[in-house]
Design a protein around this ligand. Structure first.
Ligand code: SAH
Length: 284
């Protein structure tokens, strides 16, 4: 997969407004530099839509700042480069009380639940705040009865959360992703961790049937909002869903979308500018 890198020059004051608009276009993330945002999009990206958003943000600030300049230059990044940069920085990482995430070329740590991840082209090495929070909440919500429970990793990426569920003791695990490259990476990682019984499905939530006792969904806010009704319909009456990938300023809209479908907020975990939420069906 290739990426589009947009180097956007703009005043500091306009950054938040721009970031939230880019979020609506589904950008993957950004690097925040002095008077610059370097934003990444999956190719094929809609440059005209990005330019339009830049124009709208410029217009919104023009009254207060008549001389405001917002410009962007674009560059295509081959997936391979992105990947090797990522790999070079991948060191073993302890998360929560019990987990260690490590690449295949590092030694396992004794006394830990070691999760081996070869990221390939997929997201999820545990180094991102959102994955880290999911793992912490999964550890916290692990119960002795979970062998019978059904776990769903919605948007599995590298497969990391599904593997963590398996190593925590879940026996009925489904992992879904709509990106074929993620499915390929997840398949490789399930093997590396001998987590072969996981039901790995290419596609989206519409491919699933039945209900789940714990759902982990580390997606972006816009996707969580859209998926709220189908997510609610896949959750068992006494189930819980861990929602992640939510920027603090987007928390309210996610909580609202969930409550519209009968899911109420039970817990939140903040890490940096990200928040993860635990929601559960409101008892009748
Ligand atoms: N669960 C991993 C990866 C999260 S990245 C972790 O916590 O680190 C989010 C993943 O969700 C990506 O791999 C992306 O391809 C997938 N995804 C995004 N929208 C989706 C959708 N509607 N249905 C299924 N998968 C989706």
């Amino acid at each position: 997969m290739r990426y589009l890198q947009a180097t956007i020059k703009l005043p500091e004051i306009a950054k938040d407004a721009l970031s939230s608009r880019l979020m609506e276009l589904g950008f993957l993330g950004s690097i925040d530099l002095d008077e610059q945002l370097i934003a990444y999009f999956e190719e094929p990206a809609d440059r005209a839509a990005i330019d339009r958003v830049l124009g709208e943000v410029r217009a919104a600030f023009r009254q207060a700042m008549p001389d405001i300049v917002i410009t962007a230059t674009y560059e295509l990044i081959p997936g391979q480069d992105w990947n090797s940069t990522w790999k070079a920085g991948f060191r073993p990482l302890d998360i929560g009380e019990r987990f260690t995430i490590l690449p295949p070329w590092e030694e396992k740590k004794p006394g830990k639940i070691n999760i081996i991840i070869d990221p390939g082209m997929a997201f999820g090495t545990g180094h991102h705040e959102t994955t880290r929070s999911c793992l912490q909440l999964m550890e916290k919500h692990a119960r002795p009865a979970m062998r019978e429970a059904r776990f769903l990793d919605l948007g599995t990426g590298t497969g990391l959360l599904a593997i963590a569920a398996c190593l925590l003791g879940y026996r009925h695990i489904t992992a879904v992703d709509n990106d074929p490259e993620a499915i390929e990476a997840a398949r490789r990682n399930l093997k590396l961790n001998a987590a072969v019984d996981i039901d790995l499905i290419g596609g989206d939530i519409s491919k699933l049937s039945g209900s789940f006792d714990l759902i982990a969904a580390n997606l972006i806010s816009g996707v969580l909002v859209t998926l709220a009704p189908s997510l609610a319909s896949r959750l068992a009456p006494s189930g819980r869903a861990i929602l992640s990938g939510i920027l603090l300023e987007q928390e309210e809209e996610v909580v609202h979308a969930m409550s519209e479908t009968g899911l109420s907020l039970r817990e939140r975990l903040v890490d940096g500018k990200w928040v993860s939420l635990v929601v559960a069906p409101v008892k009748p």
